[in-house]
Ligand binder design. Sequence first.
Ligand code: MN
Length: 714
Amino acid sequence: MLRLNDIVERVQAARPGGDIELIHKAYVFTAKVHHGQLRQSGEPYLIHPLNVAFILAEWNLDEETVATGLLHDTVEDTVATVDEIRDLFGDTVAQMVDGVSKISRVVISDVADQKAESLRKMILAMGKDLRVVLVKLADRLHNMRTIGHLARDKQVAVARETQEIYNPIASRLGMSRVKMELEDRCFEVLHPEDYRELVRLADERKRDRESHVRSVVELLEKKLSESGVEATVKGRSKHIAGVFQKMARQGIDFDHVYDFIAFRIIAKSVRECYEALGIVHSLWKPVPGRFKDYVAMPKANLYQSLHTTVFGPNAELMEIQIRTEEMHALAEYGVAAHWKYKEGRPVVGKGDQMFLWLRQILELQQDMKDPREFLNTVKVELFPEEVYVFTPRGDVKELPQGATTIDFAYAVHTEVGNHCVGAKVNGKMVPLKTALKNGDVVEIVTHPAHRPSKDWLKVAKTSRALNKIRAFVRQEQQERSLALGRQILERELRKYSLSLNKVLKTKEFEETLQESRLKSADDYCVSLGYGKMSLLPLLRRLIPPEQLQEKVKDSRLGALIRRVTAKKPSAVIVKGMDDIFIRLGNCCHPVPGDPIVGFITRGRGVTIHAKDCPKALENDPARAIEVAWEAGTKAAHPVKLKVVCADKPGLLADISRTITASDVDIRRAVVLTTRDKRAICNFEVSVNDAQHLATLIKSVEKLKNVFSVERGKG
Ligand code: MN
């Protein structure tokens, strides 16, 4: 059984000259007030606070925190009061014990609200004194270690709560050792069969693994000392939950989790880390693209290490991490490792960056009274599904999973995004559409003359980049149309020896604006430039008809479009396929009867899209015009049709017969069969209108062994 002395020794080792008396006093007090209480296991309750204090001592925390570990349940579970603790142990310890008790004391009936509220309390407590949360983590760690004594349903509830609240907090605090242990213990409770199976598999291979680990460690140690690098080498298995996640994510079996054993070299200095790396790479060939230098460029939570994967002695992939002792302590114990305290507040240093996110959350929570709303916001912070990438200067950018170099460029600065011509990832030129991975170093190449292109809208993932690109493209089209519109206007007016500036001030121009419901001369020119408006109404006002007749011929497009802008709004009538000014979208193949929208394409007339076509949504809404199908249009319209049916002889012939019987031409048919005895038939047929198509789909659907009939997209 754990003794008080074990705790005292640890504290003394880590902090010579610390106030050991405080710990002794806390022990005596705790033993007194918990006297007679038992744990679920039947052991004296005192075992729990002793273990929590020991865990805190193992993390090298100060005497006040260790004393708080001893006292953490006294206010909640015994007759002791916060005032009593303040009298005996001082303000700091009393505040911490109070903080821990407050987090435990969440009494709300709704489970979701309960979690939200306890998370909120944890975050608030962190903002005041981070050590309160460390005590809570140590408390939960010991409770998870002894969870076997609880009833099954209680175990599941505690494990779920741990998974949702404690694991992410441990992870965010960089305490990977705690996180991994908690993950494994939750996994064991929540998926007992998978856990047992994996442990069994790991045990089966234990002997092979051990001899492999030993030979690699010996070889590395020998080579390192030959080169005068002082370092220790360790090989250890990954934690079970991590292996399981990897298997699930990559869909592989246990034997293919090649980095089940990771080797670690702990060197004395940064220089020796790089020397050790050179030795590793001279022994075994590195796997291209797997080297990560988190020493020169630390992760957002300040993690530092060199990572490399090599082809090991049996040509298997072998992962090796190289770091200094200090980096190692930080990697394992995170915030607890390098956090020095003064009056419970972190001393300025590296930790400040680590807690940027915490400060942001604390600011957010001031405006949020609803704990669930708060939880949702915090979840984004605690479960980062983003990738961390670096600027060449080592600044970290957080982007969502799947973000590309364009998103990165806009994350750096709008101007960098707007002028980006190319990108280098880890020193190599890559296409702009390249998705970024954790740890990538991204450099954006810019050119002052370069402008965003509409194609970028397909490549960008973040709403920031998408909004900026859209705004730019629209702005640019607007500017171009304005310039073009002005040119057209100036040129036409010159033919009648009229000056643009004078015309813009006339009452005739004012009337024209009003009639077309435009606000300014610029708007007028933009409409003119797009081809949305004809010049004719203005010219008719300014010039006597006999002169006008000779010189201006209204273009057919102009005549077509005037119908849209006429006083009584009526749409451009789309007849069929034969109108040279109208093209039907190749993407959505609209047929008469479908809701449609038209877009002016300079020099090419009007393109008609289905209202819900994604291509239509990409277009500049300023270029949209109202369009409508002409009643009774009869023309053949191509449409794609996807029929999924059983792969049965004669069925394709049946389907074809049904299609032609509906008075529809088949222009093309491609049939694919699948392994599960299905056939996917892609037809291209000609129909008259939406009604015709609907009838056709119904009659094919009625056929036996046809599973689904769908109008093809794209
Ligand atoms: Mn406890």
